[in-house]
Write a protein that binds this ligand. Structure first.
Ligand code: IPE
Ligand code: IPE
Ligand code: MG
Length: 230
């Protein structure tokens, strides 16, 4: 079966640029091309949900120039790819700390979410200023205040209820996690949601990752036996 939900840690843009003696930002720019290819490939393969890690809460610690260049690329991507989403019936959702985003970026994102809300071929979740621990703490805070106000009974909180308080509340858990560039870590990505995901790490750097590589990852996934502890 094709995985219903694929999550990707898009890593290696910096190394891709370095290998070529190019400025890092050109690696990020090439990375955007991979995103476009992979969105189309997911539509072709019948994947229903794609969650991509674009910018972590920790990435705010990068040089200011890099951060602003990354957000510029993102806003360009949103402006230029509206057609990609409309033509392919793709619903876009942003997950992460919206409050930390520049108001102009935030309003563009919200417009895009509104414009694509009714599409149902593929849901594309873009993790932006996203950190899993921060997401979990945020959920706990909301639950605690709702309990205090008497809106929810502590005894009524279970895994299902808790999941509804996460940013990913309208997507099922990922079946397959892909990380490019050979790093074997989660880097604070979807800690709760990845509990039983199959993990696939490739040496390919994100700007070099294309449809064939995605196919390879899906083929590998299909060979795995998922036991869920049983
Ligand atoms: C991934 O590429 C993109 C972001 C984290 C925004 P990196 O910039 O982390 O690339 P490397 O890891 O330095 O090669
Ligand atoms: C993870 O990559 C975040 C994104 C891909 C957006 P990083 O390059 O920031 O992660 P570390 O520093 O290697 O753990
Ligand atoms: Mg990296």
């Amino acid at each position: 079966m094709v995985p219903q939900h694929i999550a990707i840690i898009m890593d290696g843009n910096g190394r891709w640029a370095k290998k070529r003696g190019l400025p890092k930002i050109l690696g990020h720019r090439q990375g955007v091309e991979s995103v476009k290819k992979i969105v189309r490939a997911c539509v072709d393969f019948g994947v229903k949900y794609l969650t991509v890690y674009a910018f972590s809460t920790e990435n705010w610690q990068r040089p200011k120039d890099e951060v602003s260049a990354l957000f510029k690329l993102l806003t360009n991507f949103i402006d230029m790819q509206t057609k990609l989403f409309h033509d392919n019936n793709v619903r876009v959702r942003i997950i992460g700390e919206r409050g930390r985003l520049d108001p102009a970026v935030k309003s563009r994102i919200e417009q895009l979410e509104k414009d694509t809300a009714s599409y149902d071929k593929l849901t594309l979740n873009i993790a932006l200023s996203y950190g899993s621990r921060q997401e979990i703490v945020g959920a706990v805070k909301t639950l605690a205040s709702e309990a205090k106000e008497g809106k929810i009974e502590p005894s009524g909180i279970d895994e299902n209820v808790f999941s509804k308080y996460l940013y990913t509340n309208d997507s099922p858990d990922p079946d397959l996690l892909i990380r490019t560039s050979g790093e074997m870590r989660l880097s604070n990505f979807l800690l709760w949601q990845l509990s039983y995901a199959e993990i696939y790490v490739t040496e390919k750097l994100w700007p070099d990752f294309g449809k064939k590589d995605l196919k390879k990852a899906i083929d590998e996934y299909q060979k795995r036996e998922r036991r869920f502890g049983k």
